[in-house]
Design a protein around this ligand. Structure first.
Ligand code: GLU
Length: 423
């Protein structure tokens, strides 16, 4: 078997090319959209607790701001690299386009395993990232948010640093995903996982999977995975397997044919920092996890989880792409040939940025909404986006991913045309 191309930047470019060709756009449009407008690389010194100084490499990729300010998370992970950050920034542009959220796409990253840092070291790293990049951030310019390895605490340190640098001004709209106690929006923490559940539910209805009692397996139990499990359980589905990664053990999975209880999982995770030996569960190896007979599989971890090899193994009817870029192009082809429906990442996990947008609106207005208001708006936006894409995919007889790119690229093209960037 030929070696698979696992470069997410190149696969993102291939999707753009295909959509531009289908839409009949000139090559100029592809040329503009196939590269970030700018990519900034920074080196951030941190005084470690042992007295040494360590320099961490960070990036911010600003892909496109035709529709509005750059928007997207900051990832702290040991495998962050420039092509990954660029790809993630491209996906953000199209994710915002799919949801009709008035932002462009950006993404940041730092090469670090945050679990290896003390609180003091982590805080310095967060503040250092802002010290290096503040000129390129702003509530009308580039608005970061959490991603893999970052959370509300990271956002609060970064937001605080930005305010300090900006003469103490309370520009609370520069970072989203903050804690609701300080400028955050209710419902933001749960928003990505809730959106994943909604999209999976809408797709399940279309393809005849009854959500009540549907068997679900979930890869990852970070923010997206956790709230996906929570909402799947609440919606009556049976989450029978969860896979996770720890530094010590690597990848492992837990299984319970009767389905897990979310509150018990959360409490166990809180106490132990992992789900190893979760009461009543059986441990599965990777092969057993991927070949499980389930209705829905939600990859909620990192890109390239569903390679060609994994795609042959999966026994689900629906893949809800909760992570960014979880399916390789070769993996996607196999899934499609096997008739497995995929809800694409730029739609499935767009709940996070959708509620980030609500947070930004509340920050700029200085008026805060109830959780109910937030959820209602997320429900409405998600349903519209799903139906647009589902209908277009039926009309064009194409995948939902291709339809999502068509919807999104058209919106961005129209904004660029209006602004005189393309003919
Ligand atoms: N990091 C999240 C994503 O990949 C959220 C981005 C945001 O809220 O700006 O969609």
């Amino acid at each position: 078997m030929a070696k698979e191309n696992l470069n997410p930047f190149e696969s993102a470019q291939a999707k753009i090319k295909k959509a531009c060709e289908t839409l009949g756009y000139s090559d100029d449009v592809y040329q503009i959209l196939s590269q970030p407008q700018q990519v900034i690389e920074v080196n951030i010194p941190v005084q470690m607790d042992d007295g040494t100084t360590k320099v961490f490499k960070g990036y911010r990729s600003q892909h496109n701001n035709a529709i509005g300010p750059y928007k997207g998370g900051i990832r702290f992970h040991q495998n962050v690299n420039i092509d990954e950050v660029k790809a993630l920034s491209i996906w953000m542009t199209f994710k915002c386009g799919v949801m009709n959220v008035p932002f462009g796409g950006g993404k940041g990253g730092v090469i670090v395993d945050p679990k290896t840092l003390s609180d003091n070291e982590l805080e310095q790293l967060c503040r250092g990232y802002v010290d290096k990049l503040y000129r390129n951030l702003g509530e009308y310019y580039d608005i970061p948010a959490p991603d893999v390895g970052t959370n509300t605490k990271v956002m609060s340190w970064m937001q605080d640093e930005y305010c300090k640098i900006n003469q103490g001004n309370a520009n609370f709209g520069v970072f989203t995903g903050k804690d609701p106690k300080w400028g955050g929006s209710l419902g933001r923490g749960a928003a990505t996982g809730y959106g994943i559940y909604l999209i999976a539910k809408f797709a399940a209805e279309k393809i005849g999977i009854e959500m009540k009692g549907a068997k679900v397996s979930v890869q990852g139990f970070g923010n997206a995975g956790k709230f996906t499990v929570k909402n799947m359980c609440k919606g009556g589905a049976k989450v029978v397997a969860i896979s996770e990664w720890t530094r010590e053990k690597g990848t492992y999975a837990i299984y319970n044919e009767n389905g897990f209880d979310f509150d018990e999982l959360e409490a166990y995770m809180e106490k132990n920092g992992n789900l190893i030996n979760f009461p009543g569960s059986k441990e599965l190896n990777e092969e057993e996890f991927f070949t499980l007979d389930v209705d829905i599989f939600a990859p909620c971890a990192l890109e390239n989880a569903i390679t060609e090899e994994v795609a042959h193994k999966l026994q689900c009817k629906l893949v809800a792409e909760a992570a960014n870029g979880p399916t390789t192009p070769a993996g996607e082809k196999v899934l499609m040939d096997r008739g497995i429906v995929i809800t694409p990442d730029i739609l499935t996990n767009a709940g996070g940025v959708t509620v980030s947008y609500f947070e930004w609106v509340q920050n700029l207005a200085g008026r805060y909404w109830t959780e109910e208001e937030v959820v209602q708006r997320q429900d409405a936006a998600t349903e519209v986006a799903f139906n647009d894409i589902w209908d277009l995919a039926q009309e064009h007889k194409c995948s939902m991913r291709d339809a999502a790119y068509l919807v999104s690229i058209k919106r961005i093209y129209e904004a660029m045309k209006f602004r005189g960037w393309v003919k």
